[in-house]
Design a protein around this ligand. Structure first.
Ligand code: ZN
Length: 129
């Protein structure tokens, strides 16, 4: 598996931090930070991120128009987000902040990208006129 870099890596790091919060409170204290189900989810998410068609332009997952997770994994990760999301600012303030900032980025489906760029060119022309 290729190693994640840049935005993909920070997204995965954020997810690992969130999963650690969720796992400790729901699956009990382990010798390892994550239980086997959560560790498996992390391996799965790393693999999905590595294959993300957006690459470094990736939107946050809950903003993404491409649903690449299997149903069961998606439910697990959604549980993690719902529980750990509001708790992140306390434990990882900087990470939580950059994640919020990321959510504000506009998300466009890959096939819409070109159309959006063309629209922008027209808008810019109008403004400068
Ligand atoms: Zn767990």
């Amino acid at each position: 598996m290729k190693k994640l870099t840049g935005r993909l890596k920070s997204e995965h790091d954020t997810l690992v931090s969130m999963t650690a919060i969720y796992c400790a409170d729901h699956h009990g204290k382990q010798a390892d930070p994550l239980c086997s189900a959560c560790a498996e989810l992390m391996r799965y998410s790393e693999e999905r991120l590595a294959k993300c068609p957006y690459g470094q332009e990736k939107p946050t997952c809950n903003n993404c128009p491409v649903h690449c997770y299997k149903k069961e994994k998606r439910e697990h990760v959604r549980e993690v987000m719902r529980y750990a999301g509001p708790r992140m600012p306390l434990r990882h303030p900087w990470r939580a902040l950059t994640h919020v900032y990321d959510k504000l980025r506009k998300v466009v489906h890959p096939r819409e990208l070109r159309r959006a760029r063309n629209r922008k060119r027209v808008e810019n022309k109008k403004e400068s006129a």
